[in-house]
Design a protein around this ligand. Structure first.
Ligand SMILES: [Zn+2]
Length: 272
C-alpha cells in the first residue's frame, strides 16, 4: 500500500520511525509547526525551528527517500504571549519562499482565549495576503466543539478564505459533521490514547462522506504512533473496504488537498 502522512512532527522522531514509515508505504510527509512540549522564550527559538523545518528535516527525510514538506506558524498555546506571537508572525514571510512550505499551520485555538483568537485572526490574514493553504488545530476534549465553532466563525468572518483551501484537523465524532457541512476539509488524528483510534476513525468514515477527509498520526514528542495511518487502512481492509477506497482515502485525498499548493508534488508523478 501507499499513503501520505499529512501531519507528523518528525523533528521529535527517530530515524527508526522514518524507517518504519517508509516500510509501511509512506510516500511523503508533511510537518506542521507546533508546540515543542515547552514554551520558547524568544522569537529566535522559532527562527531556528523554522530553519529546521524548511532546511534540515527535509534532508533527514530524504535519506529514507521521503519528500518532506512543512507548514509555518506560532502554535495556539504559545500565541497566548501576544508580543512573542507578533515577533514570530513577522518572521514567517521570509520562510514562505522556501520550496517545501505548504501553507500556514497548525493554527487555531488551545484554551479558546481572547489572545489566541487575536493571533488566529492575524494568521488567517497572513494566509490570505500570501495566498497560502491553512491547516487548523482544534482544542482538546471539552473545549473542542466550542473551539471548532469559534475557528470556523473566524475563517468565515475573514470573508476571503475559501473553505476548500482549509483543513480542520483533530475532528472527532461531535465535530466532523459541522466541519464538512461548512465546506472545509477535515483531518482525523489517530492517537493510541486520545483523539481517535483507528477503529473510531473508520466508524466515522463509514458515517460521513469521506471525499474531504484525511487521516494522520500527528506523531510528535508524546505518546503517538507514526504508523497509525497504515493501521487504520488495515482496519478498513478487515471490514471489507476495497483497495481502491483505501488508496483514495490515505493517498488520493491528501494529494488532492495538498496539490492546491504549487510546492506540493504528487509522489506518484515524481516517480513516473
Ligand atoms: Zn500537530
Amino acid at each position: 500500500m501507499r499513503y501520505i502522512e499529512p501531519h507528523g512532527h518528525m523533528v521529535s522522531r527517530t530515524t527508526d520511525d522514518y524507517q518504519a514509515m517508509t516500510m509501511a508505504g509512506c510516500a511523503a510527509i508533511c510537518e506542521p509547526a507546533f508546540w515543542a512540549g515547552f514554551d520558547r522564550k524568544s522569537a529566535d527559538g522559532f527562527y531556528d525551528y523554522f530553519c529546521q523545518l524548511t532546511q534540515h528535516e527535509p534532508k533527514r527525510a530524504a535519506k529514507f527517500g521521503l519528500p518532506h514538506y512543512c507548514w509555518l506558524c506560532i502554535n495556539p498555546k504559545e500565541s497566548e504571549d501576544v508580543a512573542l506571537a507578533n515577533d514570530v508572525l513577522a518572521l514567517i514571510p521570509q520562510f514562505l519562499k522556501s520550496p517545501t512550505v505548504l501553507g500556514i499551520g497548525e493554527i487555531g485555538l488551545n484554551k479558546n482565549t481572547r489572545n489566541e483568537m487575536k493571533i488566529l485572526e492575524q494568521h488567517i490574514e497572513l494566509a490570505v495576503k500570501y495566498d497560502q493553504l491553512i491547516l487548523v488545530h482544534t482544542p482538546h476534549l471539552e473545549d473542542k466543539r466550542k473551539g471548532t465553532r469559534l475557528i470556523m466563525d473566524a475563517l468565515k468572518a475573514n470573508g476571503v478564505v475559501k473553505p476548500e483551501r482549509v483543513i480542520i484537523d483533530h475532528v472527532e465524532e461531535h465535530t466532523i459533521g459541522e466541519v464538512l457541512d461548512a465546506g472545509f476539509w477535515a483531518g482525523i488524528t489517530l492517537y493510541p490514547e486520545s483523539k481517535a483510534t483507528p477503529v473510531r476513525a473508520v466508524d466515522m468514515l463509514e458515517n460521513f462522506a469521506s471525499q474531504r477527509v484525511w487521516l494522520n498520526s500527528a506523531c510528535d514528542w508524546g505518546v503517538s504512533d507514526p504508523i497509525a495511518v497504515p493501521k487504520a487502512a488495515q482496519e478498513m481492509r478487515r471490514r471489507g473496504h476495497s483497495a481502491a477506497a483505501i488508496d483514495s482515502l490515505v493517498y488520493g485525498n491528501p494529494v488532492r488537498f495538498l496539490s492546491q499548493c504549487p510546492n506540493f508534488k504528487d509522489p506518484a508523478a515524481l516517480k513516473s
